[in-house]
Design a protein around this ligand. Structure first.
Ligand SMILES: [Zn+2]
Ligand SMILES: [Zn+2]
Length: 92
C-alpha cells in the first residue's frame, strides 16, 4: 500500500500533476512571490531589487520579482526572442 498521499503543493513537488496539485503549486508560488516582493528593497537606480538573489537574470525576475537592470534586461530580451519565434512559427 502506498503511504497517504496528500494532494497539493507537496504532491506537485513529488511529480503529481493533477488539478489539486497544480493549483496547490500555483498558490504556493504566488504566496512565495508575494512575500518576496514585499521584502524587496529599492536599488540604487530606484528599481525594486532582491538583495538575497545571487545570480540575477530572467529567473530572479520571474521567481523573485527583482527588477534590477540585469534581471529586466534578461526578461525583456527573452520576451522579444519569444515573440520573434512565435511570429516565425505563425503562417501568414
Ligand atoms: Zn495530485
Ligand atoms: Zn535582479
Amino acid at each position: 500500500m502506498a503511504a497517504e498521499f496528500e494532494h497539493g503543493a507537496g504532491g506537485y513537488a513529488r511529480g503529481h500533476r493533477c488539478g489539486v496539485c497544480r493549483a496547490g503549486h500555483a498558490r504556493q508560488f504566488r504566496d512565495r512571490l508575494a512575500r518576496r516582493k514585499a521584502a524587496l528593497t529599492v536599488g540604487e537606480d530606484g528599481r525594486p531589487y532582491a538583495p538575497w538573489v545571487t545570480t540575477h537574470g530572467r529567473s530572479s525576475y520571474i521567481n523573485h520579482g527583482c527588477r534590477c537592470a540585469p534581471c529586466t534586461t534578461a526578461a525583456v530580451k527573452h520576451k522579444a526572442e519569444y515573440r520573434k519565434r512565435i511570429r516565425k512559427a505563425t503562417p501568414k
